[in-house]
Design a protein around this ligand. Structure first.
Ligand code: ARG
Length: 591
């Protein structure tokens, strides 16, 4: 199972080898100039240095060999020694048939079932879920899907923020307002009510008030801190009420994430790290990695070569409470014990870069995470409003994820009306299509940008059915589905062929189809879903141009051409839907 470029590289590598040159020089890639060639190999440049000969002379030797190879229709030299390559129709047809026959569309299994943890999403309990966590959720979901597809046993962990001062603020605010609740009876250690005394709406209004009260009054803040420290010691009353807040929040989050088609295998959080902390800190102190500093316990992480300031990672504050870094480090202890993963990838706002650098350094120097396990902070940029600042509501408040999805749905409804789509469908089907269009718009807008770049959220543009948008991609996929349905009605099915007839437009499409495994491989290695997003757009455009030039159902088409075109259409649909699925975007049956 190999991508077309890998197969071609093997052919050309053999030619280099024959001339006593390194085989790797035969590496082939898709040509930058599709008008001149399909593929190119630039190995003669590097070979020239090794052999002490002019690159052109080397290229001539290689080309002379390749011309004997029946899979090449044309091999030529451009400029100082670039080798341009074009395949025969037969060779490309053979390849496309092999591609179609492979369940994974020739994507290599590089994961070999090894464990990977993708840490993404990271919302905080007891707070309304703001759009700030949207990018990490969307990008992380895609990275996880890609890693699974290339053979890793990848698990998504939401790593809830459920153990910090914000929980102390909320719990203490409840205590101030309802001192009579059993949770605040310090002599009580069990038998707390099993029904939550609060709803998600209560939490969503309470948190901002508790936070404001704490931040504006040092004495009030001190109470929040004390309650945080008590919670972290699992004081029974606070812990019981905390658990209610946790459950109520998680239930609401699950709904939000399901609406976004984002799913987590692990619903763990900072609180799950607590039980690992005392032993971890003790060991770190024994090893001399953790030291006392003005009443706190810290791990110095600075290195001699540093060009900027690396403050120590704080494990215990003076009041004995733990910090964001403590729970992240202890979570690593837990992950190594439970999964011994090959990689741990954090898809988290890139503004947290220093935090992760501190945690990773601490994990390495104490050998909590050995060198064999990759630790990557795949940081994401911010979603901004038209003013270039982080996206807010019109009133300037925090935009909730729920409300954003609702905005997307309203806009998608308007778009479907404008385009006269689905007027005669059942209300249920229409609602499903609208939801999928909204999700595709929101997710594709995000995923098409480089992960670390900020981008401006423009709902009007991204719900359009034209241009580089999610709805455009759905529209193309649905067009193919409809074509295949119409063909089936006439008794035409994409058969398994011995030969795919490849004219100019078919060839252009076939070459893009053949590139799929390379694109997936690149995305899996670099955690860059935008590469896949680009591919989806290129594929959809190429199909659109093929379809407008190559009639399929009209009588004009010859039988051979018709079968070949149906075959290519079906394969395009499969690749496009798979690409969209890897991006986390579901496709409707019709629109
Ligand atoms: N809860 C954190 C926040 O809102 C994000 C968590 C990211 N993951 C992690 N392992 N630190 O900023």
């Amino acid at each position: 199972m190999t991508a077309l470029t890998s197969q071609l590289s093997a052919h050309i590598g053999a030619a280099f080898k024959k001339h006593n040159l390194p085989e790797e020089l035969g590496a082939v890639r898709v040509s930058d100039r599709p008008d001149l060639a399909q593929f190119q190999c630039n190995g003669a440049m590097a070979a020239a240095k090794i052999a002490g000969k002019a690159p052109r002379a080397i290229a001539e030797d290689i080309v002379a060999d390749l011309q004997q190879d029946p899979i090449f229709a044309e091999v030529s030299i451009a400029g100082p020694g670039f080798i341009n390559i074009k395949l025969t129709e037969q060779a490309l047809s053979d390849h496309i048939i092999t591609l179609n026959a492979d369940e994974n569309l020739l994507v290599d299994n590089i994961g070999l079932s090894k464990n990977v943890i993708v840490d993404y999403g990271g919302p905080n309990t007891a707070k309304p879920m703001p759009v700030g966590h949207l990018r990490a959720s969307i990008i992380g979901e895609s990275i996880k899907r890609v890693l699974k597809f290339v053979g890793y046993d990848a698990k998504g962990d939401i790593h809830l923020g459920d153990w910090g001062t914000h929980m102390g603020m909320v719990l203490s605010e409840f205590e101030i307002r309802h001192p009579e609740w059993p949770y605040f009876d310090k002599s009580k250690t069990d038998g707390f009510p099993s029904e939550p005394p609060i709803t998600i709406q209560d939490l969503e209004t309470l948190y901002p008030e508790a936070s404001k009260a704490s931040k504006s009054d040092e004495a009030r803040m001190e109470i929040s801190r004390q309650v945080t420290a008590e919670l972290q010691k699992k004081q029974p009353g606070y812990y019981a009420l905390w658990k209610h807040c946790f459950n109520v929040s998680v239930e609401a989050m699950k709904k939000n994430f399901a609406a976004l088609d984002v799913y987590f295998e692990l619903w763990l959080g900072e609180s799950d790290a607590q039980d690992y902390i005392p032993e971890m800190v003790e060991a770190l102190q024994k090893q001399g990695h953790a030291i006392e500093d003005d009443g706190a316990i810290v791990i110095p992480v600075k290195q001699e070569t540093d060009k900027k300031e690396y403050p120590p990672l704080i494990l215990y504050k003076r009041d004995g409470s733990v910090m964001y870094g403590t729970t992240d480090l202890a979570t690593l202890v837990q992950r190594m014990q439970d999964f011994n993963p090959e990689k741990i990838i954090y898809v988290v706002d890139q503004r947290q870069n220093l935090h992760f650098e501190q945690v990773f350094r601490a994990a390495r120097l104490s050998n909590i995470v050995p060198e064999g396990t990759e630790l990557t902070h795949a940081g994401n940029g911010t979603m901004n409003g038209q003013d270039g600042k982080p996206f807010k509501t019109r009133a300037g408040g925090v935009m909730k994820l729920e409300d954003l999805i609702q905005m997307g749905v309203e806009k998608a409804t308007q778009r479907l009306d404008e385009a006269n789509i689905g007027q005669d469908y059942s209300a249920e089907e229409r609602a499903d299509i609208i939801h999928k269009v909204a999700i595709a718009a929101i997710k594709f807008a995000d995923l098409q940008n480089n992960r670390s770049a900020d981008y401006i959220f423009d709902l009007d543009r991204l719900t359009s059915f034209e241009g580089k948008t999610g709805p455009y991609l759905l529209y193309q996929a649905v067009r193919i589905k409809s074509l295949l349905r119409k063909a089936a009605d006439r008794g035409l099915k994409p058969e398994s062929l011995n030969k795919v007839e490849l004219g100019e437009h078919e060839t252009a499409l076939a070459l893009i189809l053949a590139d799929f495994p390379n694109v997936v491989d690149l995305t899996a290695r670099n955690y860059t879903p935008h590469v896949l997003a680009d591919y989806a757009y290129k594929l959809a455009q190429s199909f659109s141009s093929f379809y407008s030039h190559c009639p399929i159902l009209s009588d004009a088409a010859q039988q051979g051409a018709q079968q070949s075109r149906l075959f290519l259409s079906a394969l395009t649909l499969r690749s496009l839907e798979k690409t969209l699925d890897l991006l986390g975007i579901p496709t409707p049956e019709r629109m």
